[in-house]
Design a binder for this molecule. Structure first.
Ligand code: PRT
Ligand code: ZN
Length: 286
């Protein structure tokens, strides 16, 4: 039988769309119906399993799936025998402690002897232990943010992204316990054939991620500015430079990092660059 790499992703929820997108951008073609439990890629030996995110670390440990995509928060909480193979740069959030806005927060010692409601008892316990704080942990599975309001707990520890849930429940964030994003996990000691497939997939994901973080840039500049401009946007090896029909001018093509994009554009303009075009890159292989 041909080897197939089984990848578990969330069936529905915050991770689902970006997980599917990542696999599709990595060139996997498959159809995903609403109530499907699994899908077979048509052009790559991969099978996709659709599961609840909380179950994914266990399935990966049990080798029902070889690889899974979950929030780092879930991965750490479940403490399963999995390896983190790639950070995926989506579903970014933080796991934070929050208390009623009316309370005066005096630092971590505020939590001593208090009751904290959370869906992440393992992570909270580790955090308290590390900081030498003795506090009660009240595990609840959903709507953690209402716990202080109904007298169930003094504080909560829950995921935060914009902070609006805390705000509308009269809470304030006081400690960040963990920064999280979607991660790819794998069973340790994957058999050689599957490891090869995983490496191919990781290579493609890397190309997709690099492309997202970079832009293709074209500009016109006076020839005497080429050296300065090259020092700002050196590109992958070096920029491509082509003469314009207008004497003394060139067209320069390179790649620029998304993160310092605006700062660099300002520099390029000050060096005399004109007619700057910036174009998205679909895949980028160094
Ligand atoms: O059904 P299943 O068990 O598969 O899904 P789920 O309901 O357990 O998880 P889901 O889909 O809600 O979240 C999946 C993963 O998305 C989480 O494990 C995180 O890794 C990631 N993620 C990113 C978030 C958030 N951002 C987030 N904001 N998960 C949950 N939230 C919730 C949070 O719990 C709180 O209720 O959103 C609210 C806070 O958001 P803000 O924007 O108001 O701060
Ligand atoms: Zn879940």
């Amino acid at each position: 039988m041909n080897t197939v790499l089984r990848i578990a992703i969330q069936k529905s929820g915050r991770l689902q769309e970006d997980s599917l997108k990542l696999l599709k951008e990595s060139g996997l073609h498959f159809s995903n119906g609403r109530d499907q439990l699994k899908a077979q890629a048509r052009n790559f030996p991969v099978e996709i399993l659709f599961l609840r995110d909380d179950d994914i670390p266990q399935y990966v440990e049990d080798k029902v799936a070889d690889v899974g995509i979950v929030g780092e928060n879930v991965w750490i909480e479940k403490q399963k025998d999995n390896e983190l193979v790639k950070r995926l740069d989506f579903a970014k959030c933080r796991l934070s402690i929050a208390i009623p806005r009316s309370e005066n927060y005096t630092g971590l010692s505020f939590l001593s002897g208090k009751n904290i409601a959370t869906s992440y008892p393992v992570i909270v316990k580790q955090f308290l232990k590390k900081n030498n704080i003795e506090a009660g942990i009240h595990e609840i599975s959903g709507s953690v943010e209402i716990a202080p309001g109904i007298g169930l707990a003094d504080a909560i520890c829950d995921l935060v992204s914009t902070g609006s849930t805390l705000l509308s429940n009269g809470l304030k964030e006081v400690e960040v316990v963990l920064q999280s994003e979607a991660v790819m996990i794998a069973t340790p000691k994957l058999e050689a054939e599957k490891k090869k497939l995983l490496d191919q997939l990781l290579f493609r994901i890397q190309a997709v991620q690099s492309a997202k973080n970079n832009k293709y840039i074209l500009l016109n500049c006076p020839n005497e500015a080429i050296a300065k401009i090259t020092s700002v946007i050196p590109g992958m090896k070096s920029p491509t430079i082509m003469p314009l029909s207008r004497p003394g001018w060139s067209s320069l093509h390179s790649v620029v990092d998304e993160n310092d994009f605006w700062e660099k554009i300002d520099q390029l303009k000050s060096f005399g660059a004109e007619g700057i075009l910036v174009i998205p890159i679909e895949k980028m292989i160094a």
